[in-house]
Design a protein around this ligand. Structure first.
Ligand code: NAP
Ligand code: GDP
Length: 320
């Protein structure tokens, strides 16, 4: 019987996978683990987890993860922790005879100076954006490791490359968060603190110029695609899992969608003293579309609305 170990099973993507696995009553046994189950930076702890679970398949999501500002301040930690986690997980998957591993890279690891749209062949073509080089190089090495395990031992270890992700169970913690959960958390706080003020005197601050472009995927859409890849994608080469290029939005448009979801009628102003990060990382989903032409992505505004609703309903238990 298929036994799927999901590392990072307690995070944004892990929880989305759990939801889809339960909704669709997927076959096999699925085990979702977080730091309480094993510290994957530690080789003994990782080995003990694999000894205990004896997985046949691994969806490897566990990582030190964070938005632009967290990355800018912690490149060394992102590099070291993720190198350790990835090495421990892949080596144990090999030693325990796992038939397949899917690991998660990210579109933010691609070269900063590149032609667009970015595709799967470009991962190693030049230095990443300086803001997140620690995270980027650790993730790029997963692709190198996957090839090396395949060359030496014939392992089917592969990777997917999601664009920016958001959804229920996101990390809303201000210093750590990505842009959408960060803005949801700050806007909720602003609305709460300014209850008595007329709408036109309320001001929400969008960090940076608001001009950078991003493709956003809803975590539950990504979960469906990862499950599809686990069953159907049989190549070591990475696969970009992203919405279409025409669905790319500016950071300011993302802020407008968050405001709409909260029914916030105040002003949105940009704080240009804050960093913009990479201007864009427009990725092509041509390879995915060639394999799975009819996949329907959730509309961005609907997914933002659902995420805001989830945040409000779970306010006492969210990571913030
Ligand atoms: P997340 O919500 O921050 O969750 C991270 C997960 O990793 C949690 O389950 C966490 O466990 C676990 N973890 C972290 N350090 C660990 C350690 N030392 N030992 C064991 N488990 C550890 O992250 P996410 O957004 O779901 O990200 C999932 C994957 O997608 C990551 O590989 C990330 O790089 C990739 N990705 C994310 C984005 C995005 O926008 N979020 C975009 C592209 C790619 P605890 O809950 O116990 O802390
Ligand atoms: P990135 O996509 O890897 O660059 O990371 P983020 O998800 O953190 O997005 C960063 C972009 O959103 C930058 O242009 C930031 O200036 C902008 N931004 C606007 N408001 C926020 C916020 O509240 N938090 C974060 N993390 N970024 C914000």
């Amino acid at each position: 019987m298929k036994k799927v170990l999901v590392t990072g099973g307690t995070g944004l993507v892990g929880n989305a996978l759990k939801t889809i696995v339960n909704e669709d009553s997927l076959e096999g046994e699925w085990i979702f683990v977080g730091t309480k189950d094993a510290d994957l930076t530690d080789s003994n702890s990782t080995r003990a987890l694999f000894d205990r679970v004896q997985p046949t398949h691994v969806v490897h999501l566990a990582a030190m993860v964070g938005g632009l500002f967290h990355n800018m301040n912690n490149n060394l930690d992102f590099l070291r922790k993720n190198l350790q986690i990835n090495d421990n997980v892949l080596q144990n998957a090999y030693e325990h005879g796992c038939v397949k591993v899917i690991s998660c890279l990210s579109t933010c690891i691609f070269p900063d100076k590149t032609s667009y749209p970015i595709d799967e062949t470009m991962v190693h073509n030049g230095p990443p954006h300086p803001s997140n080089y620690g995270y980027s190089y650790s993730k790029r090495l997963i692709d190198v490791q996957n090839h090396a395990y395949h060359d030496k031992h014939g392992c089917m270890f592969t990777s997917v490359i999601p664009c920016n992700i958001f959804g229920p169970h996101d990390n809303f913690k201000q210093e750590v968060s990505h842009v959408i959960p960060g803005m949801i958390n700050r806007m909720h706080q602003l609305i709460d603190e300014n209850k008595g003020l007329p709408e036109d005197r309320k001001e929400f601050v969008v960090y940076g110029t608001g001009k950078p472009l991003r493709q956003f995927i809803y975590s539950l859409d990504l979960a469906k695609l990862i499950i599809w890849a686990l069953v159907n994608y049989e190549s070591v080469e990475p696969l970009i899992l992203s919405v279409d290029e025409e669905n790319e939005v500016t950071i300011f448009e993302a802020a407008e969608a968050v405001a709409k979801a909260f029914d916030f009628k105040g002003k949105l102003i940009c704080d240009t003293s804050k960093a913009d990060g990479q201007y864009k990382k427009t990725a092509s989903n041509r390879k995915l579309r060639s394999l799975l032409p009819n996949f329907q992505f959730t509309a961005f505004e609907d997914a933002v609305k659902t995420s805001v609703k989830w945040y409000i309903e779970n306010i006492d238990n969210v990571r913030k």
